[in-house]
Design a protein around this ligand. Structure first.
Ligand code: NAD
Length: 512
């Protein structure tokens, strides 16, 4: 990659400090070490199971391994969850909320070790690790309140002497499958509300981040004193472990966060067992910069929304759609900003852009850029790759059909597309199967709100960028971006079901 008119050269020889701490030596590691499953309150060593390597993306060196849970392990985990759940649902809201609070405090006490793990397991910078810890704390805190929201209703009776109640009960067992990009938070946003509302959980984290996405959470709840069986973590691959978790008859809800492609299969498998799928999937989010935009503000937001955590977020900016009157200035200034972002060791305080998660992702990102350049785009900044470090890259002359624009590229790549009028901007933004998030910049708020209404997405942010997730507002998308919503009352509805209970107080007059 890279052309003569790039603002900087490619990434070469990114220095990475050698790690000092083995994950098994961290204070929060279980006695077995991390190469174990957590089922029914026990750490079960990998034994003769297959294992999956844990690789530090900065060095591409293996730092450990975790078991590939079998279908039999998943059976045992679901059995334990189903057995433990009824007594948990009977506990008082105070008890359930108190346990969540204790687990949250355990996590907080390990902040330093978790920040190291964010860097080593998923290439997250200190900034990203800090964001994620804060998100995980906030969602757990907010979920504590859900334990007190399990209230039902009294409905007016249509039959004389009948009392009509609608109760709200936990669904029972929730199956959970999560991705690698925000592993701790994306698992916690399901585990915390599921437990708060009286459910039990079987969790399969992503194979690249089994600790932050699963085993670390198990350790926090174990240390907090969660009764055995309520949270089970079965690490492993998607095809083996994930398939068994999604196709099992026990869970009443299957909560999946990941790609739309896998989500389609997982959702079908769940429905075949009459399990309700809750799907949070991919995105192709547009950052629309109108003629009336405050250009400094739009660029600041554009840089943050494109390059935070190497662009590896479902709600990252995937495309910049910029009015022609600002186009040249926007491209030039975005490129200058991208070229100044420190790329390197995520353990270093100064780093803003760390490595991408694995070589498959790196190859996919590189191919999208190369194919876009072959189709006529120009690399204005970045374009270099070293190991798993992909330089923040800005592309001009992009059309909506080019591979960096029409696919979810999931990398530190900013394709910039020009437009002439509002209708064209909206048509391009909506010309995707995804509908997750987006952003619109304009000092004309009526216009910005009109465009926001026209965006076919579950979320949109005016004069900001799409990276927003607040524990009390509904999070989710439409179309290929998923089914259902996270957070607060939305997740309360997902993890509970209503039951109509009527009481006939006097004999009824039947027609025969
Ligand atoms: P992925 O779909 O490849 O994997 C997600 C999870 O599914 C992993 O745990 C994986 O092991 C498992 N899996 C894979 N094949 C499976 C199968 N056949 N059956 C059951 N489970 C299977 O996604 P990824 O690469 O880990 O994550 C990136 C994707 O996640 C992107 O598309 C991103 O947009 C999306 N994402 C969405 C949200 C959201 O809230 N909408 C949040 C974060 C990430």
């Amino acid at each position: 990659m890279g052309t003569d008119d790039t603002v900087t050269d490619g990434v070469t020889d990114v220095p990475v400090e050698q790690p000092t701490t083995d994950p098994d030596d961290l204070g929060l590691a279980p006695e077995t070490g991390w190469n174990a499953l957590y089922i029914d309150g026990e750490w079960v060593p990998a034994g003769d199971r297959d294992t999956y390597p844990m690789v530090d993306p900065s060095t591409q060196e293996q730092m450990g391994e975790t078991p590939v849970g079998t279908a039999a392990d998943v059976d045992t985990a679901y059995e334990a969850a189903a057995a433990a759940q009824p007594a948990w649902a009977e506990r008082t809201p105070d008890d359930r909320a108190g346990l969540l609070e204790d687990a949250r405090n355990v996590l907080e006490s390990y902040t330093e070790e978790l920040l190291l793990l964010f860097a080593r397991e998923c290439g997250g910078t200190g900034l990203k690790g800090g964001f994620e810890l804060d998100l995980a704390q906030k969602i757990a805190h907010r979920s504590e309140g859900l334990a007190f929201e399990m209230s039902g209703q009294h409905k007016p009776a249509l039959v004389e002497d009948k009392e009509t109640q609608v109760r709200r009960n936990p669904v029972g067992v929730v199956g959970v499958i999560t991705p690698w990009n925000f592993p701790l938070y994306l698992s916690m946003r399901v585990v915390a509300p599921a437990l708060a509302t009286g459910n039990a959980v079987v969790l399969k984290p992503a194979e690249d981040t089994p600790l932050l996405g699963g085993s670390v959470i198990a350790r926090a709840f174990e240390e907090a004193g969660l009764p055995d069986g309520l949270l089970n973590v079965v690490t492993g691959t998607g095809e083996t472990t994930g398939d068994a978790v999604a196709s099992h008859p026990t869970p009443r809800v299957l909560s999946f966060t990941g790609s739309s492609e896998v989500g389609r299969t997982v959702g079908q498998n769940a429905v075949a067992e009459f399990t309700a799928p809750s799907l949070e999937l991919g995105g192709n989010n547009a950052h629309i910069v109108t003629a009336e935009a405050d250009i400094d503000w739009a660029i600041d937001a554009g840089v943050f929304g494109s390059f935070t955590h190497q662009g590896q977020e479902c709600i990252s900016i995937n495309r910049h759609i910029v009015h022609e009157s600002h186009y040249d200035e926007y491209v030039q200034r975005l490129a200058e900003r991208a070229a100044q972002l420190p790329v390197g060791d995520p353990k270093s305080e100064d780093t803003v852009v760390g490595p991408v998660i694995n070589s498959d992702q790196r190859d996919k990102i590189e191919a999208f850029v190369e194919e876009s350049v072959a189709a006529g785009a120009t690399v204005v900044a970045g374009g270099g790759v070293d190991g798993l470090f992909v330089q923040p890259t800005v592309l001009s002359g992009v059309t909506n059909e080019m591979p960096t624009a029409c696919n979810e590229h999931f990398g530190p790549i900013a394709p910039v597309i020009p437009y002439e009028d509002e209708a064209e901007a909206l048509a391009m933004a909506n010309d995707t199967e995804y509908g997750l998030s987006g952003s619109v910049h304009s000092t004309d708020l009526s216009k910005a709100k009109r465009i926001a209404e026209g965006l076919e997405t579950g979320m949109v942010h005016i004069n900001d960028q799409p990276l927003n997730d607040h524990a009390h507002t509904p999070f989710g998308g439409v179309g290929a971006s998923g089914l259902g919503r996270y957070n607060n009352e939305a997740i309360l509805r997902e993890f509970t079901e209503t039951k109509w209970v009527s009481v006939q107080r006097e004999p009824r007059d039947y027609p025969y």
